[in-house]
Design a protein around this ligand. Sequence first.
Ligand code: EZ4
Ligand code: CO
Length: 403
Amino acid sequence: MSKIKNAKVIATCPGRNFVTLKIETEDGITGLGDATLNGRELAVVSYLNDHVAPCLIGRDAHQIEDIWQYLYRGAYWRRGPVTMSAIAAVDMALWDIKAKVAQLPLYQLLGGACRTGVMVYGHANGETIEDTIDEALKYKGLGYKAIRLQSGVPGLAATYGVSRDKMFYEPAADDLPKETAWSTPKYLRHAPKLFEAAREKLGWDVHLLHDVHHRLTPIEAARLGKDLEQFRLFWMEDAVPADNQEGFRLIRQHTTTPLAVGEVFNSIWDCKTLIQEQLIDYIRATVVHAGGITHLRRIANLADLYNVRTGCHGATDLSPVSMAAALHFGLSISNFGVQEYMRHTAETDAVFPHAYTFADGAMHPGEQAGLGVDIDEKLAAKYPYKRAYLPVARLEDGSMHNW
Ligand code: EZ4
Ligand code: CO
């Protein structure tokens, strides 16, 4: 028994917003959980402070499964990104505490290492195909074995995922959402040209990935998948929004390009049909948005039965606490596929000192007890929360998209 004494929520903006939960036990052990929900951060802060924290005080920090079920079933209102990010933060912090008490790095409690490291993919993006490939060559030079390629589309002023900042680009910006224009025909004509040039210049020994950011309909996604088949992508990500899981049947009938989806999923119910019907190859649900390590393990175990591997989301809006949790998780599960890795800025790394490292295209969580991440609260306090949003896309005629 190790009673929870305190649960504190810390919002900080060292270049971008992060929300962190710090749980402390009566024996003075602390654990960290990431609760960042990009563009909706303060909703999770309130959910934790006003509704969850009071229920945690006095509970046994070691009863991770019971606390998970208590917060999920006990709330009556299930699922949703705000609820599941809050539960995730509690779950991560409790695993951190348990592993610290056991004096083991978390991956040891999860079953031990199944592999020597966690293969990660980096983001190469550029205004033009040439710029994108130049960026990809830099990643290859750094040892990356897998690279995501995104390029600007001729005729469109801005493309999501393509930014002027390279290594550290940030998906959210501005005090109010920026609006961008999108054209499916222009994009569908352009994307295969990027991968044709990429294979010519980068060769076939590197995994190439692409993110469609939910912008197509199933039949358009089927067309793109077919056009990209010859370039042997590692995956085509978020080709369509997956609110309608059955929509993937249509894409799957037409293409052998591997499919990845799920960075916005928050529960096993969002991917149950996709997994059981083998409509996807990679599930991108994350520790922070899908209910923590406890729930993500359940998703990965279901996926394992159907040859679906993991490919967890790992953009800059997932804090170093999430990154560490993803690495302990990825190192220890049988059906790990790949882990996304967008590097945090030096400012962010200073607020969250961590034990994880990158070498030869793979990452390792390190051997520190627990998650191996800390938060420098004094430094965090110097960066107050700043409202920021993801951009909103409209079609060229000004209407909201119909996908
Ligand atoms: O849109 O992290 O695969 N990565 C992505 C990211 C996500 C943002 C959302 O907050 O698609 O850029
Ligand atoms: Co994505």
